[in-house]
Each structure stands twice: as C-alpha cells, then as structure tokens.
Design a protein around this ligand. Structure first.
Ligand code: GUN
Length: 279
C-alpha cells in the first residue's frame, strides 16, 4: 500500500502548535510581526502573499503588507528594507520573489538583516546552515524534513537523491538531509545517466520545474518520493514534477500536488517567525 504524505494535515498540526506558542508569547507581552513586501502584481505571487498573510492571522502573527508598484526603484526597495531592519517591532522581513527585472534580487536579499531573514535566503543564513550552526532555514526544504520526520520516514543512512540544485530548494535540501545523516546526491541538467542515479534513491526529492518529468522508470521499487514542483498540465490542472499516477504503485510513499510540500512551506515560514524571537 502506498502512503500518501498529507502535507495539508501535517501543516495544520504544525500551525496549531505554533498558535499555542504565539499565544504564550502574547501572554508574556511579546507579539511577533512579519513584514511582507511584494513588488508588482504577479498573480501567482499575489496568491502566495495572500496565503502567507492568512496563515499569519491564523497563528496570531501580525503581518504588515507592503504592496509596491511594479516601477518601484531598487533604491526605494532597499530603503524600505533598511527602515524595517531598524524597526524593533518587526521580527521578520519577507520579500516575495521573483522581483521585476530592474531590481537585483541578490542585493535585496543581502540587505535584509540576517536576524530577520525568515526566508533563510541571506548568505549568512545559508553559510551557518552549511557549517551546521543555528540559523534560519529555507522554508521548503525545512518543510520536507518535517514531512519525513512526522511520517516516521528515517533519513539516517538512506540514499537521498535530489533533482535540482537551486539556492532555494536543491542546495539547502542537500545540507539538511546530510545533517540528518543521509547519503546525499544532487542531480541537475548536466547529470549523465539521470535515471541510473535516481533509481538508487531511497528518498527522491524532485525540484526541477518540469511537469510530470519523473515517471516510474526513474524510481526504485519502494522509494519515498517528495514532489516540490507546482506546474499546470496540458489541461490547466495543477501537477507536480512527478507523474503521480505513473509512479504511485511502485513507491512506498509520495507527496501529492497540491496538498504535499506546498502547505509545509508556509508552515515553516511561520515557524521561522516564531524562532526569530529567540534566535
Ligand atoms: N517565491 C517563490 N517561493 C518563495 C519563497 O519561499 N519566498 C519568497 N520570498 N519568494 C518566493
């Protein structure tokens, strides 16, 4: 029997745990505030930002929304970040990506105070993760670790293969699986004999951004498959990077799209906001 890893259910449990923590902080006079900045009106970004604000409200985190116009200059955005860096009452700062082409994303990320970098994208956050110290961890890979742990899937000693080497998912995912004592391989567009490598995986994390790319000939019998992709198929229906129906009977556990990794990303953002009080 294939286990469906229910990210919606697990994220709901995490949100309720965080809600109690936030209430406890409130009783001690501490409120948690997240500043969310969106530049322009990209429809997908607007949906994500809306979901983040809703989730904050649910757990009792205050959110300050900054909706800036598409033609905001880089200087104006950097200035806003600097103002928020200096505001004691702001615990976390999130700049929704992607940004318009005239703005340097790396520079924007570097300008955020690392102590408020709840996305975990700042070079300092990435650096402390790579040397095993405490810091903010990128939300999607952190959410995947939670999914595995809360589904009682052991990582230690397992062959973990990741398809995709992005700064937001693939690379931090590798570091986190390594921290859990997995044996880690990262595959990417130049990997030779991709299927040979992915078929070694006990745990396969797929984050390459191609709809239904991974079919049953990429997976080992009984593997655990984590699908990070969010795409539209030819009929406009949401689908992952994994061909869910095709691999389903061959794998031991799999995350659905939607309802797998997606809801966990937001839960871990809230987790990072709560952590920001004590980090
Ligand atoms: N765009 C897509 N995913 C993310 C994310 O996790 N954080 C931010 N800030 N922007 C994104």
């Amino acid at each position: 029997m294939t286990k469906i890893i229910d990210g919606k259910e697990i994220s709901a449990i995490i949100k309720d745990e965080l809600k109690s923590k936030v209430e406890e902080y409130k009783r001690n006079g501490i409120t948690i505030t997240l500043a969310v900045i969106q530049v322009g009106k990209d429809p997908a970004s607007s949906v994500y930002v809306g979901n983040k604000k809703k989730a904050c409200a649910y757990v009792g985190i205050e959110s300050l929304a900054y909706e800036l116009s598409e033609d905001t200059t880089q200087e104006e955005l950097l200035m806003l970040i600097k103002v928020l860096n200096n505001k004691k009452e702001v615990n976390g700062i999130l700049v929704q990506l992607p940004l318009p082409k005239h703005i340097d994303e790396d520079l924007v990320i570097q300008t955020i105070d690392p102590g408020k970098d709840v996305d975990g994208f700042h070079p300092q956050s990435v650096g402390v993760l790579s040397i095993g110290q405490k810091g903010f961890v990128s939300c999607t890979p952190a959410g995947i670790i939670e999914l595995l742990k809360r589904s009682n899937i052991e990582i230690e000693g397992k062959e973990c293969v990741i398809i995709g080497r992005s700064n937001i998912v693939g690379k931090p995912m590798a570091l986190l699986l390594l921290r859990e004592n997995g044996t880690v391989t990262i595959c990417h567009s130049r990997t030779k004999n991709l299927k040979e490598v992915t078929k070694r995986a006990d745990i396969l994390v797929v984050a390459l951004g191609k709809p239904k790319f991974v079919t049953k000939d990429y997976v080992k019998e009984g593997a655990v498959v984590i699908d990070v992709g969010i795409n539209r198929d030819e009929n406009g229906k949401l689908c992952g990077d994994v061909d869910y129906e095709d691999v389903f009977d061959k794998v031991s556990a799999i995350t659905p799209v939607p309802g797998g990794v997606g809801p966990m990303t937001i839960a871990m953002l809230l987790h990072n906001c709560v952590e920001s009080v004590s980090l």
